[in-house]
Design a protein around this ligand. Structure first.
Ligand code: ATP
Ligand code: MG
Length: 563
């Protein structure tokens, strides 16, 4: 990944360019990706990762991976591990691995510093009371006057506050009975500035600090200072933090420490899915899906398992760009980027998803041939492979029509079709069961047409894929559809689960050519005319399990054409 700067890339690059002109931050750029380890990363995080790591690459700077672990009740080492795996998989290297919890001691000292400066106090109001005292942003009865009220504990002396804060840390008080708050302005138009809480008492086991602490700093009191400690120059975050920026700046200013610049951008939203960790957690915990890495999930581990490539995801993030305005990106664009990448590198195989038997009546029953298949028409160096052929084949049920409609160029009674890499066959008759379902299609083949061309040059339009029933591997194939039936499940608010797609996973038995056995575990491949696939981790030596990564039809290209 090299930088190719041609004019303005986005407004964030513009801001950094401007800083570099004026020498602010000494022309060095340091960013960070700051996940909270309370869930697995999703495609929205990928946008933030590509942005933060991408900027570090563009400016020859550094990007840290920082775990914002200030909420012990919800965080876990499992999430830390998965996040590291996902960032690496995307292809990025962090300069430093950092944890906000490593700064707890420094944060405590800084909190004491604010107390000493008369800018923080211990408050005995309950959580509900704090909220009530804080008032609403619309103000008082006339809708304009800010209606926050000072806490009755606001005027405690510095000595009393220092003593109480030390005793909070020492565990003398029950959970939730006291907080440390900044003394800013209870009439401030921005609610975040009305004496925000810095510390709460919480007896919870932390995945890294264990039971060392029973008070924990709030996110807002942690984030900017962590940036400051690490020498971050540009603290890039999503729009919901715009209202927190005055507070971010206030802490750094009043602590009189180095102040990075916070810059906000719009979150990624994607059609037919949800990207809130809380909602993804619900899908996992309530068994709507089979874990965080279920291939239907918009998590990076889900995409990886489904067969998505890091290149495709990075390309998608590049194409969507960075802006301030909220939008919902069409999932077809992500799929388009994926197909683009898979098309170049994937070897082709033959596989039949919905089989019906085809018997070649004039092909000797005990005869076997091996035909030659081209592995990748996009890449000659991928070579060829051998495909076994016999008198009994499987073809797709949909490649036969008893009464063909106009422009159906595949197989039908009396019609001739090309079997990919093999021969021309003509349907002579069909066999049905009592219910009227076709159980066998009988054909004759033209022995002179090996390779697929008629010796007399007669035209045969249709080509269909097949596998030798006598040689094929029986495999389990998992077909995935979108998780939700609505474009914007979040739009249904608390009813978002009502549009969960109950048909989002379909498991079928398919027959595929034997060479699929030799495909690598993490190797993307294509079944011709069908789609891209990858082996699933549930595969056993006895039975392959394949995930359909994506079908071949590109709806994004169509959308583009229409426009
Ligand atoms: P969620 O709302 O899903 O819980 P979060 O913002 O709490 O997500 P974090 O772990 O705090 O999750 O996110 C780490 C970083 O990724 C943050 O800087 C956050 O702004 C960014 N991020 C999270 N979701 C998105 C998204 N949908 N699009 C772009 N960036 C995102
Ligand atoms: Mg967050």
């Amino acid at each position: 990944m090299s930088s190719e700067r041609k004019g303005s890339i986005d407004f964030i690059h513009d801001i950094i360019d401007e800083h570099n002109k004026t020498g602010k931050f000494g022309n060095k750029v340091c960013t960070r990706f700051p996940p909270e380890p309370n869930g697995y990363l999703h495609i929205g995080h990928a946008k933030s990762i590509c942005l933060n790591f991408g900027i570090a690459i563009d400016y020859n700077g550094a990007c840290n991976l920082r775990f914002d672990d200030t909420n012990p009740a919800k965080e876990d080492q499992e999430f830390v591990d998965s996040i590291k795996e996902d960032v690496s998989w995307l292809g990025f290297e962090w300069a430093k691995e950092c944890f906000a919890s490593d700064y707890y001691e420094q944060l405590y000292i800084w909190a004491q510093d604010l107390i000493k400066k008369g800018k923080a106090y211990v408050c005995d109001l309950s959580e509900d009371e704090i909220r009530e005292y804080r008032g609403t942003s619309s103000g008082g009865k006339d809708g304009t006057t800010p209606n926050g009220k000072n806490s009755p504990y606001r005027d405690r002396t510095v000595e009393e506050n220092l003593d109480l804060f030390a005793r909070m840390r020492a565990g003398e008080f029950d959970d939730g009975t006291k907080t440390l708050r900044a003394k800013i302005d209870m009439a401030h138009p921005n609610l975040n500035m009305r004496d925000p809480v810095l510390y709460r008492i919480l007896r919870a086991h932390h995945h890294r600090t264990g039971d060392k602490w029973c008070i924990y700093p709030m996110y807002d009191f942690t984030h900017g200072q962590s940036d400051s400690i690490e020498g971050v120059t540009h603290s890039i975050c999503t729009m919901e933090f715009e209202n927190h920026r005055p507070l971010y700046d206030w802490y750094l200013e009043n602590l009189e420490i180095y102040a990075p610049q916070q810059i906000e951008f719009a979150r990624l939203n994607l059609t037919y899915t949800v990207l809130s960790k809380r909602r993804l957690l619900t899908l996992v915990n309530e068994n709507y899906v089979n874990g965080w890495d279920d291939p239907r999930m918009p998590t990076l581990s889900g995409y990886r398992r489904k067969g998505y490539t890091p290149t495709a995801i990075r390309e998608f993030c590049k194409r969507i760009g960075v802006a301030k305005a909220d939008s919902r990106v069409d999932i077809a664009l992500l799929e388009h980027c994926l197909r683009d990448d898979l098309n170049k590198a994937s070897n082709r195989y033959l596989g039949v998803m919905d089989p019906v038997k085809l018997v070649i009546t004039n092909y000797p029953e005990d005869k076997r041939e091996t035909l030659t298949g081209i592995n990748n028409p996009e890449d000659e160096s991928a070579g060829t492979r051998e495909i076994p052929f016999s008198n009994e084949l499987y073809i797709e049920r949909s490649d036969f029509m008893e009464e063909p409609m106009k422009k159906f160029f595949r197989l039908a009674p009396g019609k001739e079709v090309r079997l990919r890499y093999a021969y021309l066959v003509t349907c002579t008759d069909i066999i049905k069961d009592d219910a009227g379902n076709i159980t066998q299609i009988n054909c004759i083949y033209d022995p002179e047409s090996r390779g697929g061309n008629a010796p007399d040059g007669r035209k045969v339009k249709g080509t269909i894929h097949w596998v030798s029933a006598k040689d094929a591997l029986e495999v389990e194939v998992r077909l995935y559809d979108y998780l939700f039936t609505e474009e914007n499940p979040d739009g249904l608010r608390s009813d978002w689960l009502s549009c969960f797609n109950k048909d989002s996973l379909k498991t079928i038995t398919a027959y595929v050519e034997p060479a699929v056995n030799n495909v690598g575990d993490r190797e993307n491949f294509q079944f011709e005319r069908t789609g891209y696939f990858i082996k699933d981790k549930n595969s056993t030596p006895e039975k392959l399990v394949l995930n359909r990564t994506i079908g071949l039809k590109d709806s994004w290209a169509k959308i583009q054409k229409k426009q």
